[in-house]
Write a protein that binds this ligand. Sequence first.
Ligand code: HEC
Length: 287
Amino acid sequence: MRAGRFVGFLRAAFLVVVLTLAAAPGAPVSAQEPRTAPDYSARVLGSDASATVAGLRGKVVLLNAFATWCAPCRAEMPDFEAVYRRLRDRGLEIVGVNVDEGEADEKVLRFVEKLGIGFPVWRDPANRFSKRFRALGVPETVLIGRDGTILRHWNGPMDPGAAENLAAIEAALGTGGAETAEPGRDDLAATLLRGRRLAEQRGCLACHATDGGNGAGPAWTGLRGREVTLDDGRRVTRDSAYLARAIRDPDADIVAGYEKGVMAGAMPGRSLTDEEVAALVVYLESR
Ligand code: HEC
């Protein structure tokens, strides 16, 4: 690890600790001074084109500074994606500002692809972002209104799906454009977000990786409609009914190569409602 990066990492780690001690996670800690977003431009990931914040005037913008080596950044990105899918039709633009040093486009592209990120990503290897926006480290997130005013600034992790943060984003969006949003699509996105949050709250992600990595249970990538072999030799298709059953009654079907009872034994507490199971299935199928 290069020295600069290591310092950056320490800073990020320090921030996480401070935030955890000082405030609820994701709480804004900076002064809420209203000011116009500074001139800021960066290169679009994987291209030579440059993009500017000024060019996004008229939209509500969430700028999220991140680095591939920053675990809290990685953790919050799927939530940004879910919020993006839910609110982009109402005029929300989310831009990931990647500050990995040097020529890291390939690496960043892989990172973005693995996490299934659909919003634009800009590259800022010199981290001019931190000067322009008086940022301390990564992750940092800035909410910019349609008129270019900085509305909020979060140092450290920020859960965009948390009620308070979502309310700030909704308030910035206002009602303008709401009538043009497709309600069906909005509902689907809300369900997706709910499924993602449940997976986190119910500890599913402790055993199921969503980025193709290994865990105690099968990875949640590309499950939808794909066949699976069970420990009794049957081959079944992972349709919605199969997935719902696998969640509701983990020991009903056991995926070949895995132990019976592992998942069942790890699911204490209130059992999931039908609606929760459905939301989890929607989320699983989106991976
Ligand atoms: C302690 C680890 C653990 C936890 C926590 C856990 N699972 Fe699992 N899960 C497993 C294991 C092991 C399997 C494979 C054995 C089986 O089929 O039951 C599995 C299988 C599954 C399958 C079938 C996967 C496939 O490839 O067909 C689904 C769907 C699933 N889990 C969903 C969930 C959901 C949703 C949660 C959270 C509410 C959750 N799991 C929590 C360990 C876990």
